[in-house]
Design a protein around this ligand. Structure first.
Ligand code: ATM
Length: 218
């Protein structure tokens, strides 16, 4: 659990076309409707390194060396945490982050990089209070994106990525949410988990400092 902060840090993970971005946005909408001050952010970030990653890593045909990918994502993450995530948490906001360190473990791990090393280069990254996996089997996801991508290659890679994500669910680092249900059902399950986490954090902080509220409702 992240220390020295007052807000709540939630990250949402999932394989491509799992619906995680839709769910992250719906979560932000529901929380804002409930009066919470929420920051929605993504990785790669909107900072300079994040923009470089989109151009140099994601928008080209040939994959760059995996070590380079992992290092760039880690650098972007450190900058993102310092410039966006920490300042928002210190102001008591809820941060909803679309992809985080678990994406590096899953995607660069699926490409063959050592998980321990990926963990080491990301060791300064703040640990989220709640990390959710919107879980959809790769076969289901393939149907969703049939028209867009090359089927076999995507299936193989998506399977590897999903296996690593599921390993993290078993370790208790990610909480699995069934992503095969309707958008509304998934959104409701996500919201329930997040509200539960907000309550717990508010209670814990309330015990430590009864005079200060942890999550600012506006
Ligand atoms: P979105 O589809 O969520 O915008 O993510 C862009 C890609 O970035 C996604 N790729 N595909 N295919 C996963 C990838 N990615 C990594 O490989 N490692 C990371 O650490 C992060 C944050 C993203």
């Amino acid at each position: 659990m992240a220390r020295g902060k007052h807000g709540v840090f939630v990250c949402i993970e999932g394989i491509d076309a799992s619906g995680k971005t839709t769910q992250a946005r719906l979560l932000v909408k529901s929380l804002r409707r409930g009066g919470f001050d929420v920051v929605y952010t993504t990785e790669p970030s909107r900072g300079e390194v994040g923009r470089f990653i989109r151009r140099y890593v994601l928008q080209r045909k040939k994959r760059v060396p995996i070590v380079v990918e992992a290092l760039l994502f880690a650098v972007d993450r450190d900058e993102h945490v310092e410039n966006v995530i920490k300042p928002a948490l210190e102001k008591g906001k809820i941060v909803v982050c679309d992809r985080y360190v678990y994406s590096s473990l899953a995607y660069q791990g699926a490409a063959g990089l050592d998980q321990t090393w990926i963990g080491q280069i990301n060791r300064l990254a703040l640990t989220p209070d709640l990390s959710l996996l919107i879980d959809v089997p790769p076969e289901v996801v393939l149907k969703r994106m049939k028209r867009k991508r090359s089927v076999m290659e995507t299936l193989r890679n998506q399977r590897r990525v999903r296996d690593i994500y599921m390993g993290m669910v078993k370790q208790g680092r990610l909480v699995r949410v069934d992503g095969t249900q309707t958008v509304e059902q998934v959104a409701s399950n996500v919201l329930t988990l997040v509200l539960r986490k907000i309550e717990v954090r508010t209670e814990v902080k309330g015990c430590a400092d009864a005079s200060e509220s942890t999550v600012s409702a506006v």
